[in-house]
Design a protein around this ligand. Structure first.
Ligand code: AHR
Length: 384
């Protein structure tokens, strides 16, 4: 079975690399929260046309097994278990690559350790799994092991974070994290204007250094720091964990006492930790406080804190990539061509409608206008 699957996959890989050579502009095209028809039109690009429809994939899965042939063996090298987002991602992949759907999933939690992650991929190659899925902890250092996978004729699918120093994978599905940072900057600009706040003194708690999520959010937000001449006092990593966010914020509260009015946390769990630290230090935060809190992920607990007013705005990074990823594998196994890049749709959330929409030039260089969605109980209840 494997030889048959690989033959059709290699055909697809060749077709895709040819397509990739001829469409470098498309490869850079990006999409964010296509939350209105107007937005979808404004951002329309070949990549946008391929924005994943999770609902569609789920209903396909409900209609019957995703893979209708022999069992396909998958090796999944996951970043770790550092956040609520990560738990949702793992659950999504495990559910989509279930036995009932025709898969045998080998799962490795790499505990945020890059060496362990490379080793896990090499073990999958040794085991001769049919496909390897990688959510890369960091975006570089991949070419050698991807070459090894290619030599072993095992197609690699990348999810969530990007690999930036090699193109030896067949497909990627994830989010444009630079747009998340840009949208956060655009929101803060309008929010400060609406509230009459003239001076922004910003502390950033960043994610895992060298991860594409950290690089994208920092790069996007920093465009606004520079263009608006905001004062970024400091940026230290909280490694996308609650404990990390709390420790960094405890130290910020001492070093920058009374000097800051914005905290940007690059994921919800860091925001939870930062809020605990501010509470303990007697710093008021959120919609009724002195410090504006911005977060990313918009997981269920994060959305609850937005609704409660502890977090002012939260920019979603969609973790539900399992169904679309399983469809990609099933398509490859069936000899169909697949898109090299698939962007997940992701909306932006706020406590109130002080800022109704954000407009910015996205990572693909397109002018976009997107809604800020006010979080309601229904949204929280439907969250992950
Ligand atoms: O790569 C996605 C990021 O990684 C999410 O923002 C974060 O919660 C996770 O740990």
């Amino acid at each position: 079975m494997k030889k048959k699957v690989l033959a059709v996959v290699l055909g697809s890989m060749m077709a895709m690399s040819l397509a990739a050579c001829g469409s470098s502009g498309d490869a850079a095209a990006t999409s964010a929260g296509a939350s209105t028809a107007e937005t979808a039109e404004a951002t329309s690009t070949p990549a946008d046309a391929n924005v994943a429809s999770v609902a569609e994939a789920i209903s396909d899965a409900e209609a019957g097994p995703i893979n209708k042939g022999d069992t396909i063996t998958i090796g999944f090298s996951q970043v770790g278990h550092e956040s609520d987002w990560r738990t949702a991602s793992t659950n999504s992949v495990k559910a989509a690559f279930s036995k009932e759907n025709g898969f045998d999933l080998q799962f490795v939690d790499c505990d945020n350790d890059s060496e362990k992650q490379l080793e896990s991929v090499r073990n999958f190659i040794q085991q001769q799994v049919d496909y390897i899925i990688i959510d890369p902890i960091v975006s570089t250092g991949w070419d050698t092991v991807l070459t090894e996978a290619q030599d072993a004729e095992i197609p690699v699918i990348v999810i969530d974070r990007t690999i930036d120093d090699s193109d030896k994978y067949v497909a990627w599905i994830g989010t444009e994290t630079k747009n998340e940072g840009l949208a956060a900057g655009a929101w803060l600009k309008e929010y400060a204007k609406a509230k009459g706040i003239d001076e922004l003194n910003i502390l950033v708690i960043s994610g895992t250094t060298g991860s594409s999520a950290q690089i994208g959010r920092t790069t996007g937000f920093d465009q606004y720091v520079e263009s608006e001449k905001w004062n970024k006092l400091d940026e230290q990593t909280g490694d996308f964990t609650q404990d990390g966010g709390q420790k960094v914020m405890e130290s910020y509260c001492k070093s920058y006492e009374g000097q800051f009015n914005v905290v940007v946390c690059q994921n919800d769990n860091e925001a939870f930790g930062a809020i605990d630290a501010m509470k303990a230090a007697g710093v008021s935060y959120g919609v009724d406080g002195d410090v504006i809190v911005i977060s990313f992920d918009a997981c269920k607990a994060g959305q609850q804190m937005v609704m409660d007013g502890d977090i002012n705005a939260d920019f979603q990074c969609n973790p539900l990539q399992g169904p679309d990823c399983a469809k990609i594998v099933a398509d490859l196994a069936a000899g169909k061509d697949v898109q090299k890049q698939t962007f997940m749709a992701e909306p932006w959330y706020a406590h109130d409608d002080t800022v109704k929409q954000v407009s910015y030039k996205n990572a693909a260089g397109k002018d976009v206008t997107e809604d800020m969605i006010v979080v309601t109980q229904d949204i929280v209840d439907a969250g992950y």
